[in-house]
Write a new protein. Sequence first.
Length: 318
Amino acid sequence: MAPDTSYHRPVMLAECLEALQLRPDGRYVDVTFGGGGHSAAILEQLGPKGHLYAFDQDADAEEQAQKLIRGPFGDRFTFIRANFSQLHAELENRNVRGVDGLLADLGVSSHQFDTPERGFSTRFDGPLDMRMNPEEGQSAADVVAQYSEAELHRIFGMYGEVTNARTLARTLVQARNAQAIETIADLKKAIQSCVARGKENKYLAQVFQALRLEVNDEMGVLQALLTQTAQVLRPGGRLVVMSYHSLEDRLVKNYIGQGKFFGEAEKDLFGNVQRPFESVTRKPVTASEEELKLNNRARSAKLRVAERNTLDAKPDGR
C-alpha cells in the first residue's frame, strides 16, 4: 500500500514516523490527510488493535481516502470529512480519547497546487479560488472584490509580509474598479506595476500566501487545532507538526514552548512555566539534502515535535 506520489509526495515521511513513536496497538490522528502518503505509512505499522483517524475537508482527499478504506488495513482506518479545527468534537463523537500521537502536515498538498482550477498556484491560469474546501466559504476572488483597501493592506502586510503592501492594496482597488478580477491572470495583470523586475516569483508567492491564509483562516484554525491537541493526546503522547512558512512555525513554536501563542508564558508560584507540552526537538527538523533533490516542496518545511506533559493531564487521560 505505497503512497501515490504522483498525487502527493509526503514530506519528511521517515522523520514524521519516527517522531510519532508508533506502537502497533496505538491510536493516532493525521489531521491533514491530503494525498494519504503519511496515513498509508502509519497504517502499515499498526496492528489489528491499532487505529488511525484522518481529517480532511477536501473532496479530492476523501476520494483518496477510499483507496485506504478498501485496502488491506481499512478496518483500522477512519476518515473524517471535516476541518481539523473540529478535532476534539469529532473524536468525542466517536468516543476517542487519549490518542497516542497526532500528525499535522500544514499547508497545501501537491495535488492542490498542481490543479489549475483550484487557484493555488502562480504557475497556471484558472479561477481565483484558493479554498481548501471549494464547496463553502469565500474565495480569493471574493476577498479581492470585497475587502476595503485597509483590509487588503492588513492581510498583504501581515500574512504575505509584502514590503509595499499599502501600494499593492491601493493598486488592486483601483484595478478592480475598472475591471472584475476573477482569474489568476486578472490578478497578475492588475498588480504588475507593483512587482520589482526579477523578483516576480517571490512577490507573487507572497501575495498568494496572504490571500490563501485569509480565505481559509489558516492562522485561526491552526490555533484552534493546537489548543485542542492537549485535550485529545494522552500523557506522553506525541504532537508532530510540520509547517511551511514562518507565521505557522512561530505559532507552533510558541505554543509548545510557552503554552500560548502570544506574550509571556504563565508561571506557577515557583516560577515554573505552565504548558501542556514539552519540546522534544530543540530546533525544528528540516529535510535532508537527499530529499530536497527529489522534492523541492520540502525546502521550506520545518518539523517540530513535542510530548504531552503529565502535569496538567486530566484523570480520563486527556
